[in-house]
Ligand binder design. Structure first.
Ligand SMILES: C[S@@+](CC[C@H](N)C(=O)[O-])C[C@H]1O[C@@H](n2cnc3c(N)ncnc32)[C@H](O)[C@@H]1O
Length: 146
């Protein structure tokens, strides 16, 4: 069984990502492209990213400019529930860092992503705990996580 893809949201630890030079990797909700950059440094063959935000695409493109030029990174702007055919895969690893909680019908998207996995491929979902203070009297602190 292949080793799992693991990552930490803050400053992902590339040595734990277990990617190799033949791996095709997809990140959903890449944001400013920090994990994409870590995956490239960790030696992934090609990293595809999809995010529905044009602002995030610009930031991620800037951060990963050299890898895009070297044809090791492809950034796509699209919502997770409308992935273009260029992201049909198959992917050896699919990663989502702090984005699954924002997807419409996450279970349905995960099932669709599973069909894009190569044989033996793996999906890693990373979510940080976060806190929110509800403006009640007295204030209520919620700790959210999964
Ligand atoms: C909290 S940010 C995390 C960004 C990045 N993964 C990180 O850890 O730095 C969530 C990202 O998911 C993206 N996102 C949220 N809902 C999405 C959807 N339905 N389809 C595609 N991307 C989505 C947002 O645009 C945002 O860039």
């Amino acid at each position: 069984m292949p080793a799992p893809v693991t990552a930490r949201p803050a400053g992902l630890r590339p040595r734990l990502l277990n990617v190799n030079p033949t791996d095709q990797v997809l990140e959903i909700g890449y944001g400013p492209g920090v994990a994409i950059s870590a995956l490239v440094r960790a030696g992934a063959g090609h990293v595809y990213g999809v995010d529905h935000s044009a602002v995030m695409r610009r930031q991620a493109a800037k951060r990963n400019r050299d890898a895009i030029r070297a044809d090791r990174v492809t950034l796509v702007e699209a919502p997770v529930d409308q992935l273009p055919a260029t992201l049909d895969g198959p992917f050896d690893a699919i990663l989502a860092v702090d984005s699954l909680g924002l997807w419409p019908d996450a279970a349905e998207q995960l099932a669709a992503l599973r069909t894009r996995l190569a044989s033996g491929g793996r999906i890693a979902i990373v979510s940080q705990l976060r806190t929110e203070i509800l403006p009640l009297n007295p204030p209520v602190v919620c700790v959210l996580g999964s």
